[in-house]
Design a protein around this ligand. Sequence first.
Ligand code: BGP
Length: 483
Amino acid sequence: KLDSFPNEFLWGAASAAYQVEGGYDADGKGPSIWDGFTKIPGKTYLGTNGDVAVDHYNRYKEDVSLMAEMGLKAYRFSVAWSRIIPDGEGEVNEKGLQFYDNLVEELITHNVEPVLTLYHWDLPQTLQDKYGGWESRETIPAFKKYCRALFERFGKKVKYWVTFNEQNVFTAMGYRWQSHPPNVSDLKRMYQANHVINLANAEAINLFHELVPQGQIGPSFGYGPSYPLNARPENVLAAENNDAFNNQWWLDVYCKGEYPVFVMKQLEKLGIAPEVTEEDQKLLLSAKPNFMGINYYHGGTVRENRLENTVETDVETKEFSATDPYLMQPKNEQAQSPEVPMFESVSNPYLETTEWGWEIDPVGFRLALRRVYAQYGLPIFVTENGLGAIDVLEEDGTIQDNVRIEYLEKHLLEMKKAISDGVEMIGYCAWSFTDLLSWLNGYKKRYGFVYVNRDEHGEKDLKRLKKESFYWYQHVIQQNGEN
Ligand code: BGP
């Protein structure tokens, strides 16, 4: 028999500012890099953007009352930096703080634990223009100032804080694939930006411990377990390489304060390693997160790189989607990954995929939790997990998202097994609470428990409707994960 979920386990759901709020210039908000990026023709599905999103900025009370009705224990949201400091580094905007104060109060009144993400990808545009954003160390003091404003205002009310959301994803998308701002393809700059973000992450954590000693903070990482295509030693080695480049490169820094030697060595050979001073090294070593946030969608399967090794493997692979942000090195795009001549991503022949080609792999979730816990020993907070699908609003007003229920059920079972295995866990936030903007896929790809009536152009009434999965999750929470 499996162990039960802990009594205080936080059953939650998540969102991010740009994806739900709208109000893109309301109450003194400054522009972010996403306000600009979504206006570049051809960058998002049908040119969709977050100008209105699902209007959470004006409808947060209604959304929170739905959370209360569901019995949700935690709500993870992000703060838009350019609401708080419109130009990124200057005056603090009281109206921006007030919005989040209202939201936090509303959550607390309804017994929903707020989980606050400091950075979910919407850098103030001014910092990008003036300094080159995360490539420049000058962005660090600006970030500290922003964090300080939030720690001082919310340190007593908010216990759980996330520093950066999926640093691995937004830097790869922004500096490798040109599918996020700043929309460039330059690996040296990508590694430089990563280093600056690591420093900013460490500074934020240290400041937090000083100002909010009773709180808990950690980064959220987009983790995918690495699999070899089969037991050929060359492929097993490739899987180790993939894990080093796609997971340890970040997790080692977050949790141990050190870059993994093996990856660093490789980057140095290629002349794209970041510049790490002794002072940087000290700073990284000093920052201690309280937990590791894990966003789990799927893993990554690899084989040896055929540019270097010409021997064919014995398993045929399915077509591989080149647009998946979680996989670093799509087939036929190796020119864009010259630093990783050590593995090649392939489809896993044993897994089904979603409508968007993302592998569905609940067992990989248990593996992810176990591996991260075994390697780093920190409690884990699952800050995202969910299924993107085209949900259909029936004529009778219902939304039968049974595929989502099935997906989540399987993942919860594997999470329960991981807990039984001994993994220490704080909570689980499904992605997402309401439907929201999918960065590149507009409003067509839905994740919510709550349906939002809008199409790509926002012409509908934005009405909230409970999906079948709403009632299902309500029951899960009531039973604390027991059937
Ligand atoms: C994660 C992001 C989320 C969310 C989710 C689903 O990478 O942290 O913000 O968007 O993925 O992704 P998508 O909307 O691309 O399907």
